[in-house]
Design a protein around this ligand. Structure first.
Ligand SMILES: [Cu+2]
Length: 158
């Protein structure tokens, strides 16, 4: 009789083990960032003496393992992009649209979830900042393709 009760008890414990809920996965709240693309006439002044096509801001702090939802609002009527191969980012920002005499910005949203810490450079890969600027923002900066602060920048992942 004792053996039967003992077996029943073991079975009951086994059933209990299977009915306990699994430990809940930690909830990760995404970060939300907003970035503006300003056309040359409204962009940042530069050493070339003109205002130039600009991402504002152009550098960002992200957290490893935390999704960052990046909303880019393009006030330019041209395409731009963010290319950061170290983070797997390669997104084209659609141009704003002319509506009568005004330009309606277009919003492009993408998400990046960094898997490692470090410094990751991004750049715009679509020829831009034309006209009087002669593509200055796309010219080689001190550390690579495109000018940091205009059509290039950094993701700092901590
Ligand atoms: Cu661009």
């Amino acid at each position: 009789m004792r053996k039967v009760l003992l077996m029943a008890g073991v079975c009951a414990l086994g059933a209990l083990a299977y009915t306990l809920p699994a430990a809940a996965a930690p909830v990760v709240t995404p970060e939300h960032l907003t970035v503006y693309i300003l056309p040359g006439r409204q962009g940042l002044p530069a050493p070339n003496g003109h205002r130039n096509d600009s991402y504002v801001p152009s550098s960002f702090v992200l957290k490893k393992g935390v999704p960052a939802v990046i909303r880019v609002i393009n006030y330019d009527d041209g395409l731009h992009s963010m290319y950061a191969p170290g983070l797997g980012v390669n997104t084209i920002m659609m141009p704003g649209k002319h509506v009568g005499a005004t330009l309606q910005p277009t919003t492009t949203t993408f998400t990046v979830t960094p898997t490692k810490t470090g410094l990751f450079r991004w750049q715009c890969t679509i020829p831009c900042d034309g006209g009087i600027n002669e593509h200055w923002a796309m010219s080689a900066g001190f550390d690579g393709h495109s000018q940091v602060g205009y059509m290039a920048g950094f993701f700092v992942v901590r």
